[in-house]
Design a protein around this ligand. Structure first.
Ligand SMILES: [Mn+2]
Length: 337
């Protein structure tokens, strides 16, 4: 009787360990139908991190929605195919890259399929609810791509030139070519290493081309710009949307204020949000220009920021990061209400 019981425990322990997913080389895991995905409204870090993760750990890179113009530029420049749409792949196991909030999870991903999260964001107000124990790697670095570059190096997995190139693109995008306050020494060190592998001589020139690719939004509708780089959050039980548009040519967007106000009114209603904020991030002059549409949102903005109100936009000098500056200030203001 005792023996049988012991065996059952041993078998249970074995089957548990064989199911566990390790952030190590693919041979150690069952990678059948393993899919890597980033957040909704995918940005370059999220797309390139999924590509790097699939190369390092096995499985397939996927995107939850179409890529933005900057990511398309990076994929073309590096000669890497755009990952498959999440809706077209079978996902028995899912690794998340570059996010951990449920509000940013594609609806097709069942939370009990999540086996790993590689991220550089705060756990925040509404993390994914995982019934299984997943492997987490969350570090306060400038991009998820930097963490993946480090993982590849420590595992001895060499990245091909084209994936080193996209991974570099992820770092440069999130750190705004090392000018964002989120930038760390790790980001700079790994960017150098990746550039060497990708045979890119001038990192800053590559970064400038990326910024240019994302800056020309003259042919994009205000509604599309609002959600191009957009995240939903749950702060103090409220549904909060924060969109940003990083651009070298801010005036082009500032002149379209009326269009943005109309788009925000429609979107706030459609998405059932309690609060909605949109900022044109002037990457040249390092400042945010913020917009909101009603008195409830204005109250939050007034509590969160002290800026110059031009009557049209609230100008916030030195504010460039949603993750480090805009998001936490809005969260604090809402939670204090
Ligand atoms: Mn990121």
């Amino acid at each position: 009787m005792m023996k049988k019981h012991y065996l059952a425990i041993l078998l249970a322990a074995c089957s548990t360990s064989s199911m566990a997913f390790e952030l190590t080389n693919p041979a150690a895991n069952n990678t059948d139908n393993l899919v890597w995905s980033g957040h909704l409204s995918p940005d370059t870090d999220t797309v390139t991190s999924a590509i790097a993760a699939a190369h390092i750990f096995g499985g397939t890179a996927a995107i939850p929605e179409a890529v933005n113009p900057e990511s398309q530029f990076v994929l073309d420049y590096c000669k890497v195919k755009t990952p498959t749409m999440l809706s077209a792949v079978k996902a028995d196991k899912v690794g998340l890259v570059d996010f951990n909030q449920k509000t940013q999870l594609h609806s097709s991903i069942a939370e009990d399929k999540i086996v790993a999260i590689i991220d550089h964001h705060a756990i925040g107000g509404n993390p994914v609810n995982m019934p299984q124990v997943a492997t987490l790697d969350i570090r306060p670095w400038g991009s998820a791509a930097t963490i993946l570059a480090n993982r590849a190096e420590t595992l001895g997995v060499s990245l091909p030139a084209e994936i080193a190139c996209t991974t570099l693109g992820g770092i440069l995008s999130d750190t705004v070519v090392f000018t964002s306050p989120t930038t760390t020494e790790y980001d700079k060190q790994y960017a150098e290493k990746l550039a060497k592998t990708a045979r890119i001589k001038d990192i800053k020139a590559f970064g400038e081309k990326m910024l240019e690719a994302k800056s020309d939004l003259s042919h994009v509708s205000a509604a599309d710009i609002l959600t191009l780089d957009y995240k939903n959050f749950a702060y103090g039980g409220k549904k909060v949307g924060i969109g940003v548009a990083e651009t070298l040519t801010a005036q082009q967007l500032l002149d379209r204020r009326d269009e943005f106000v109309a788009a925000m009114k429609a979107y706030k209603k459609e998405a059932g949000l309690d609060h909605l904020f949109f900022s044109v991030i002037d990457t040249k002059h390092k400042r945010a220009n913020m917009l909101w549409i009603d008195s409830a949102d204005q109250k939050v903005v007034q509590a969160a920021f002290k800026g110059k109100n031009t009557g049209e936009w609230l100008t916030l000098d030195g504010v460039t990061s949603r993750k480090r500056q805009i998001g936490p200030s809005i969260q604090k203001a809402i939670e204090a209400q």
